[in-house]
Design a protein around this ligand. Sequence first.
Ligand code: GDP
Ligand code: MG
Length: 357
Amino acid sequence: MARAWDNQRIIGLVGPRGSGKTTLVQALIGSRLATGDLVPESLSPVVSVVRWRDTDVVLLDGMEPAPLLLAADALMFVLSSADGVDAETAELWHRCIEQEIPRIVVITELDHPRADMDETVAVLRRLFSDGPELLRLTMPVLDDDSSLAGFIDLGSTEIWNWTTQPFSRQASDPEHIALIAEAREELIADLAMMSDDNRLAESLHLGMQPSLALIEQAMNDTSASGHAQLVVGTGLRDGATLVGAELLLDLLVNALPSPADRPAPVTVRADGTPVLPIAPGPGSPLLATVVRAEPLAPTLVRLYAGSLQEEMAVDCVQTFRARALSVVPQLAWLETDQPLACGQTLSSVHEPLLIQR
Ligand SMILES: Nc1nc2c(ncn2[C@@H]2O[C@H](COP(=O)(O)OP(=O)(O)O)[C@@H](O)[C@H]2O)c(=O)[nH]1
Ligand SMILES: [Mg+2]
């Protein structure tokens, strides 16, 4: 049975070479919930899937920005605390601002002795925004020997601890609460400013402490709509455990949009006449685009609506036959009887459509 269209996240990883993207993907697909809810599946070096809290999280690594933006509903900017941000990454960020593409920021290598998350967040704020859009959510916790032990979630004030196997969560003690008080106040104030929901701003205005449910709701909505971006940290422990992985997976599921939230691209018919907006989901006519095409290799396609068929139309003009291996309902590898090219539109032969770019 096909899973519902909101039980997936399709996320593209971007960032400078060596920032830790592939390491992060490997750690995320190896993550284990205490309940054992896990179906890791590595279908190719480009596409990986992990099932997390009943959601299939697809991670796209190593794709060029243009096809990645067609394929993914949200981007994960992976930036090392030890290196700077390159021009290409900064340019992509600014393009995402214009298009309000939902993003999350992961700061890696916080295990480094000289790593300073406060400083990295400050640098990113100068580079990436002129407002309160970057919402810093976590603060590193170190062991007695200064190795990275976990993170405090500034929203919930919970400590996520990777010194245990599996990772564990515990309440902060008063000493930790005092340590994070200022950063937490800043997070909530920025969130109140960015959120469409006035309740958070109202409770601050009245001098009341907003409930955790209200904070989390505002955070998830503001992030998933692309209005603000959560910033979290990761790092290695004993060279192997990725501290922060499971916390990040929770955010990918809770605070980034699903394919059902993405409006299908504007399309026309073969004769150029416009088509009414197509609702995302399996009940609509097929609308898909080629996001990766290489000679002698399967072709990766992204569906915005409908489902794949054995015979399909490409760019309204030709038909072709395909065998599909679906990753999730919205993303599939095709073996085709003729070569396809990146950016082409796939649709039903009965209702040929062309995406307008
Ligand atoms: N110490 C440390 N090393 C890391 C971390 N993340 C990645 N690395 C190392 O950095 C190098 C580049 O990482 P990689 O994931 O291949 O970067 P990519 O080019 O962004 O895919 C590898 O040697 C990783 O082991 C981290 O959080 N801490
Ligand atoms: Mg890589």
